[in-house]
Write a protein that binds this ligand. Sequence first.
Ligand SMILES: [Zn+2]
Length: 400
Amino acid sequence: MKKTKKLIISGEKDRVWDATFQLMSWWDAESVRKSSVMVVGAGALGNEVLKNLALMNIGHILTVDFDTVEYANLSRSVLFRESDSDARRNKCEVAAERIRQLNPNVRVMALHGDIMIDIGLGVFRRMDAIIGCLDNRLARLMINRQAFRIGKSWIDGAIENLSGQMVVYKPGTSCYECQLSDSEWANIRERMGCPDVARRNYAAGKIPTTPISASIIGALQVQEALKLIHHNDKQSTAGEIFRLDGMHNLFMHYDVQALKKECDSHFQIAEVIELPELRHTSTVQEALDILCRHFDDEGLWINLDHEFVIEVTGEDTGHKIYPMKAKPHLSDDILDLQRIDPLEELFITKSVSVLDRSFPYPELTLKAIGIPPLHIVSVETKGDIHFAELHGDKDFMKFT
Ligand SMILES: [Zn+2]
């Protein structure tokens, strides 16, 4: 029998993942190891970004996506396999598993959810870089507003055919919302009105993408993320749009449009109050008790980011449905289960947009109302507005 050669494992000193990167004068291994980066979207672009982040030894990587792997994704996704599409596995979970295999030094967390409602603002707050790998404007707008609210830049990428673009949006310098044209706004409004997650996020028409443009644009996004991690403001490309025309090998850059005076994205929270007793599993009653005690005001209320729908009525039959869900969570599937006429129009006839002592269901949890873990809620007291983090959820972020 042939003897197999014993594998000689080199000493720990030789097993430093980023030894080569450390040869770059600007590389700060400690900052990179400690950093946290969120990647929203695990499609073609997200795959490339996640792969690069893992190879670059980013300490904590959060992957967010609500979708499952399909066979059509395989030609553009280095992290997915045919078995993943057969099993319809969640994209974010597969991606997390594969990048852990790529570089066992990185800690990864997968969040299966919709950026519109499922990711708390406190999650954004804990990130050193936020990267958007999305195919629709509504989700981009959401990231822009959330990131700016806590004073963070974010890095947007978009691909189509052999082309693509990359933009760093930075509060006070460049803003995604300020760039939107009237027709783009019309498209966003249409999606905002659509409660179904899948339909809301479905890109209008099929946009052809390639792994080639994804790898170029994704690489640029990670390069910009490294600048953010290193606080390298000087070399940041914030304020410019980088556009790649892959067919003609053109690489162009333009200045972004000037900031508008009136823009909802420009609001920034001055102070976040961390309340350790408050968590997404607190009931409305408990949350109000904690807040009223803290602010010494029995009349305060919590402003909801999304309308909480209590009652929906059929236009013709007058049949009433009680979904008890935040509007973005109100899918057709939920309504179809209870409606008696599948064709009639349904109208929201009872909903609330604030939680106060008069809320009729104080036993419901904040989670049930549509407030995600580690969120920062807006609390209104007599003439003042405060921002309180569900700090009891601080251990929610688990990178493994
Ligand atoms: Zn703006």
